[in-house]
Design a protein around this ligand. Sequence first.
Ligand code: CO8
Length: 373
Amino acid sequence: MYQPAITGTGVFTPENVITNDELVESFNKYAEKWNADHADEIAAGTLAPMEMSSTEFIIKASGIEQRYVLEKEGVLDPDRMYPHFRQRSDDEPGLMTEIALNACQKALAQAGIDASEIDLVICAASNMERAYPAVGVEIQKAIGAGGFAFDMNVACSSATFGIQAAADMIRAGSVKKAIVVNPEITSGHLEWRDRDCHFIFGDVCTATVLEREEDAKGPHFRVLSTRCATEFSNNIRNNNGFLRRNRPDGMKDRRDMQFMQNGRKVFKEVLPMVSAHIASHMAEEHVEASDLKRLWLHQANKTMNDFIGKKVLGRDPEPGEQPNILQDYANTSSAGSIIAFSKYSDDLQPGDKGLICSFGAGYSVGSVLVERA
Ligand code: CO8
């Protein structure tokens, strides 16, 4: 058995920012136009008018101030409301691979290793650009890795589930060095025309290098243990899929072909699930709240994170103990907790322990207990 360790992380952040004000302005133009186009039905009472969005609501309900996106014009165009991505030929890298390459190169540089030493690539994300060949295998080729690669999807928990899979393989000896990469192009499957969710997501890519601890070249995080759990729920769902064209109205632009959620129910059901999951993981590992120097939580909602932090630590977290990045990045699905870990972990001292935790659709929750070395 080998001791797995996280030796490098990398974050690719797109160049384009959409502020709440920009987002709300474009949504409200879209809603006004929709109401004008449906004025007769609205006047007849057969259709409800579309309600406006507001920056104040977004800040209060979520804590999100802005988000990064790969393409901004299409998202903000009231006549379109989704990004423009150019058609790529089969001979050039896909968009997921392009952003993965950037994040992987940063993570490999931090680990101080060459991509050719990697013998496992896991592309772990909420959506895959195509059915096959696996995006992970394309990323393996693009970065110049050896070994093997595969894709996995556990929505917002993809990164922690991927880290568990990689850490277990390193522990067992079937791989030596792994990279878990999370290209999250949430802008492609968010319904920007729905005020209940149009503010929630942003695009990003994160990558995490894991190796045998004995091979680490510098400061690193020992992976002490991991825990994953799932419980079926329809409260976060997207019905797009490979059987789509076979169904009677399969190719129609239906609302359920994009991200759908019952946010209130998610809030109520996922919070106790996550709090209990972390508590039992810590109890099994004999880790007390006072042993944890940092929590790197999934980045969906500030109130949610404040609640979990308080529940886990038994008190309000001190500034810096539970860093949030959601105000800048919004919810980036599986990448959120890894962005927080990547940006806010360098200052930990040898022996300091921390916990990475993600949660979301499935429902799913994954936690990774680490120790600075
Ligand atoms: N502007 C103004 N008012 C609004 C807006 C808006 N933009 N949106 C909603 N309102 C209104 C509502 O209509 C409602 O009005 P009324 O009271 O008249 O019915 C009122 O404001 C309150 O609405 P809510 O009850 O919905 O507001 P909440 O306080 O619950 O906040 C949140 C909404 C922010 C969505 C909150 O419920 C939340 O964060 N829930 C948790 C969600 C969560 O964590 N989900 C995880 C999803 S991520 C995941 O699993 C990955 C999926 C795969 C990735 C997909 C990528 C696209």
